[in-house]
Design a binder for this molecule. Structure first.
Ligand SMILES: [Zn+2]
Length: 100
């Protein structure tokens, strides 16, 4: 049976360093900075309603940056490399890929 992984605290103690005290999180739970709603999941920074428009905005920004001429040229070069010898893939140009 595999041993459970050591926690960071155990590692620190094994090295003879003092372990950090356990810090309790705020009792009220995490709130969404966008709307102030209580977050159900601890690993979420925003609630679902607030994260959707922000995720869309980031996606749009990523698409916009991907259309810069130097990046298009780079991608075109990459596609020529990867599609060489594959007639099916050669028919797919950057325009179709951008809309996918
Ligand atoms: Zn929210």
């Amino acid at each position: 049976m595999a041993r459970p992984p050591l926690t960071q605290q155990h590692r620190r103690e094994a090295k003879g360093a003092p372990s950090f005290p356990n810090v309790e999180g705020p009792k009220i739970g995490r709130l969404c900075p966008g709307c102030g709603k209580k977050l159900r999941r601890r690993d979420r920074r925003l609630c679902v309603e607030c994260s959707v428009p922000i995720t869309r905005k980031n996606f749009d920004e990523g698409r916009r940056r991907a259309q810069q001429p130097e990046l298009l040229a780079k991608r075109s070069a990459t596609q020529k490399d990867t599609q060489a010898g594959d007639p099916e893939l050669e028919s797919v140009g950057p325009a179709q890929l951008a809309d996918a």
